[in-house]
Design a protein around this ligand. Structure first.
Ligand code: NAD
Length: 347
């Protein structure tokens, strides 16, 4: 088991990679614990949960809202939860975001922790202290920065994960490698087949590397003033693709990463060789690199998402595999690139 610590303004968070759900009780302080999970995770793993009251939401993004948070506040009140209670979220990113938000706001904040049960939650959602819910169609628009005391990443739990859910996690792992670790990128190139089969021996060190990369960035810049923006690599275009096409987050990020790589070549930063390696790796992990949707619609969604009247946006560009930079790019240049014929020439 490896332990990586995130240092946030609200405290330290220990991410325990390779720890097992069965050892959970060893880490829980106090006795009055309340578990938040989803029905799916509960049906798969509920018998292995420690014996505490459980609130299970319906699986999926639709549960990440204020109504569900209110339902949980009501349940906590009814069960007599007080300021000494401890909240434990067991599930994917939806459960972690919701449980972290409820814990951070109920009685002005209770201590909390997660067992992250999806690859995406292990390498991304449970690390970094962002908690929150969606509101009026805006994702994660209501929330807090607050660190969980600990996060258990039990690699064996990933064996029950549907393939599509694995791809979402791999998209973020590729992103981390592109930001800061060319060796991780090469390992993913070499071992794609085994990783897709959830070979724990290979997966664990790569989850660890991802957590290390994210933990370092978050510890340096928890509130996203500078360095943390790099974690948006592939997400500026990717979010717009997701909102227009309804594709899964991982697939949209795949398309967003290809866009960022192509834009980086166009701006003379990234080599065409690196661009081709990136596209090939995305394909190996079943991530699409383009969409049949009109790019004009995606561009409009991207601009809608940004501040009204903004003339430029921060865009994360790649210098080479394992090295990125934040550049402020004018909307007119992004528009020109999107409509440019040049931009399909390197594949
Ligand atoms: N807070 C952050 O920094 C951050 C970062 C990235 C993403 N997120 C959020 O994470 C959410 C997405 O998370 P997700 O992809 O984990 O989705 P999710 O939580 O909806 O889980 C996906 C599906 O997998 C199921 N599942 C969970 N664990 C399982 C297991 N071990 N075996 C089988 N099935 C399992 C769930 O029941 C669900 O049906 C989004 O809401 C996103 O906004 C947050």
């Amino acid at each position: 088991m490896d332990r990586i610590s995130v240092k946030g303004l609200t405290g330290r968070s220990d991410i325990l990679i390779g720890e097992s759900l069965k050892n959970l009780l060893e880490y829980i302080p106090g006795k009055q614990v309340f578990i938040i999970t989803d029905d799916h995770v509960h049906s798969l793993y509920g018998l292995r949960f420690p014996v505490f009251p459980v609130y299970a939401v319906r699986p999926g993004e639709a549960s990440k809202n204020l109504t569900e948070a209110e339902n949980i506040y009501g349940w906590l009140l009814e069960k007599g939860a007080d300021r000494n209670s401890f909240i434990l979220g067991i599930g994917g990113g939806v459960v972690c975001d919701l449980a972290g938000f409820v814990a951070s706001t109920y009685m002005r904040g209770l201590s909390f922790a997660f067992v992250a049960s999806t690859l995406l939650a292990q390498v991304d959602a449970s690390v970094g202290g962002k908690n929150g819910v969606d509101f009026k169609g805006f994702k994660n628009i209501i929330g807090t920065f607050n660190q969980p005391q600990f996060v258990i990443c039990d690699i064996d739990m990933l064996k029950t994960l549907p393939e599509e859910e694995l791809y979402n996690g791999f998209a973020e792992m590729i992103k981390h490698a592109l930001i800061a670790d060319h060796e991780k990128f090469a390992m993913m190139e070499e071992n794609a087949g085994e990783l897709l089969n959830c070979n724990s021996e290979l997966l664990k060190p790569l989850v660890l590397q991802s957590v290390k990369i994210k933990a370092k960035i978050v510890s340096d810049d928890e509130r996203e003033k500078g360095e943390r923006k790099k974690l948006n690599l592939g997400h500026t275009w990717g979010h717009a693709v997701e909102s227009v096409t309804g594709l899964s987050h991982g697939k949209s990020v795949g398309i967003g990463l290809e866009f960022a790589a192509r834009f980086s070549v166009y701006r003379g930063l990234l080599s065409q060789t690196d661009y081709r390696r990136i596209v090939n790796l995305l394909k190996k992990f079943h991530l699409p690199v383009s969409t049949a949707f009109k790019k004009e619609l995606v561009l409009e969604a991207l601009l809608r998402d940004k501040k009204k009247n903004a003339e430029s946006i921060d865009f994360i560009l790649m210098r080479k595999i394992g090295d990125v930079e934040v550049q402020n790019i004018s909307i007119s240049e992004i528009r020109k690139f999107v409509y440019s014929e040049v931009n399909t020439d390197f594949s």
